[in-house]
Ligand binder design. Sequence first.
Ligand code: EAX
Length: 332
Amino acid sequence: MNTLRASPRLPLLATAVAVLPLLCAPATVQAQTVLKIGHVLAKGSHYDVGATVFCDELEKGTSGRYKCQMFPAGALGGEREQIEAVQLGTQDAVVTSTGPVGNFVADIKILDIPFLFRDYDHARKVLDGKIGQDLLAKFPAKGLIALAWSENGFRHMTNSKRPITSAADASGLKMRTMENKVHMAGYKTFGILPTPMAFTELFTALQQGTVDGQENPVGVILASKFSQVQKHMSLTGHVYSPAMTLVSPTVWGKLSDADKKVFLAAGVKSAAATRKKVNEDEANGIAILRKDGMQIVEKVDGESFRKAVAPAYAEFAKEFGAANIAAIQAVK
Ligand code: EAX
């Protein structure tokens, strides 16, 4: 039994008042950590669905010891900015496309090669298999913890000038691209004038005509209401855009082994929820965008784009290894 002793500096009553709350505190006061997690898409988008599942799973799996404060819609800046903040530890986690990630972990730029992936099934098999998991293992050495491969989707072109049915139609258009050198090299072969820009600046740039167009998956075009500033859309599907949940090493280093398992499992569940939302957007989004006034070319001459980008594959093979590219293409 603690006996109350009057501190020489405090009369007995004041001492009692000071220590009383401590005596009434529950036996184990659970410290709670609130994680600052961001992404650049609107609430309700495929990233937001994934981030919400991630946070719910964390809270459940740690019995409330970890919760999230979510910052959607680029509130914490563009993807590159948020990745830098996660690396520095000033932000705890980010859900991001791989667009700018290649500037931090060069090896993953191989995934950004145009027409590398046949379809969603192929891309998901590669990323969830040895090739993708080996790439995730390269992140800690670069000051980032990659929990799982999530998904942005196959990218399609939109613009305000004209319908694009073949590579020739795309030629000469000033198109915003992600800050991604592989995309820019590939798109140049289509005759596009690539203008790299953070996603947070894109809507205004389209509205003001600073760029003629951009390219993004259906879910991004929907969630970002690009139908308000873009008349034409073409289902080019020229690049598959992976996404991922990155966590700061500052957070990761404080986790018990058990909590690390919770974080990893939450990352996997988050990715599954995002992929499900991407499937839904792919199924329903075109009709919605057409109803919103976009003129959509569904039958694109994909061969013209593949032919145009073929010479760049020699450069990609030099940078990433022909065998590595072939290994991805060979996954069935
Ligand atoms: O990650 O920058 C982009 O075009 C990305 O696809 C978008 O930010 C979602």
